[in-house]
Design a protein. Structure first.
Length: 294
């Protein structure tokens, strides 16, 4: 039988190599196997559903009942004065009406018969009566009342209410009509000498002449001054009763200026300037302070 020593050696080496590989695998630690962790459910507390907010119920709207006229049959007292116009101390316009109001409906005929008006000089103005309400009498003069005059208005105690009751006491009212507009003060004053040429003319009235307006409305207001000799400038109302004129380039030196406010200027309530108001002033005369050559 023929032998093969080389092949046997190779076979032996192969067996040894396989044995070593097997031993190394046995020595290697096994990789840990991950154990699945069961998911723990987080308990959720059950909550009651929030009820939807109820829509607000609109509050009932209370509508004030219209005042019911007092039944004259329920009025058992004597009528009384509750209001008059013009009010005490208030100036009456020349064409102004006179209003008298009672606390209850009145018997119109008896009130008109009991009504009287007379000026301080005894004159009696004509007029007519109006009754806008059963408790309100208005006397309207047929012509203008006298200016700056005192009037006395009376209602005798024979005036009756609709219930038949008469006034306990007669009514007496004192009225004064608007008077005249007056110049209270002027600057420079009358007959003033040596007035500075860079000054202005200021007039103060005894009562408001113009209403309060914006600067843009100044052009619509009256210009009360007439100045001679004529001088260009700008005049404006610095208040309702004060007027101021400023010349554009100052007054001329050593010049006498005559200033006039014409009669008829009217204030906000109808008072008028009865007569012209005039005065004059003289400006400062220039003097020689130095001559060259001497």
């Amino acid at each position: 039988m023929k032998r093969y020593p080389v092949k046997r050696s190779l076979l032996l080496l192969l067996i040894l190599a396989l044995a070593l590989v097997a031993c190394r695998r046995d020595d290697e630690p096994e990789e840990p196997t991950s154990t699945p962790v069961p998911a723990t459910a987080t308990p959720v507390e059950a909550t009651e559903p929030t009820p939807a907010a109820a829509e607000p119920t609109p509050a009932p709207v209370t509508v004030a009942a219209e005042p019911t006229a007092l039944d004259p049959a329920l009025i058992d007292w004597a009528p009384q004065l509750v209001y008059s116009s013009p009010a005490p101390g208030e100036k009456s316009l020349l064409s102004g009406a006179i209003t008298i109001r009672f606390d209850q409906p009145m018997d119109t005929d008896s009130v008109e018969e009991a009504f009287a008006i007379a000026a301080a000089d005894g004159s009696v103005p004509d007029g007519s009566f109006q009754w806008p309400r059963p408790d309100t009498l208005i006397f309207v003069p047929a012509t203008e009342l006298k200016r700056a005059e005192n009037y006395k208005v009376t209602v005798a105690n024979s005036a009756m209410g609709a219930n038949g009751e008469t006034l306990t006491d007669p009514i007496a009212l004192e009225l004064q009509t608007v008077g005249f507009l007056e110049v209270a003060q002027v600057l420079p004053g009358p007959d003033t000498d040596e007035v500075q040429t860079d000054g202005a003319i200021t007039v103060l009235f005894n009562r408001p002449v113009v209403p309060l307006v914006t600067t843009a409305q100044q052009d619509e207001l009256p210009d009360p001054l007439s100045i001679s000799p004529d001088i260009p400038g700008n005049g404006r109302w610095i208040s309702t009763s004060i007027y101021r004129f400023e010349p554009d380039e100052g007054f001329a030196g050593a010049t006498t200026y005559d200033v006039t406010i014409a009669a008829g200027l009217e204030d906000v309530v109808g008072s008028v300037l009865e007569e012209d108001y005039s005065w004059q002033f003289t400006t400062f005369a220039p003097t020689v302070v130095q001559t060259i050559p001497f």
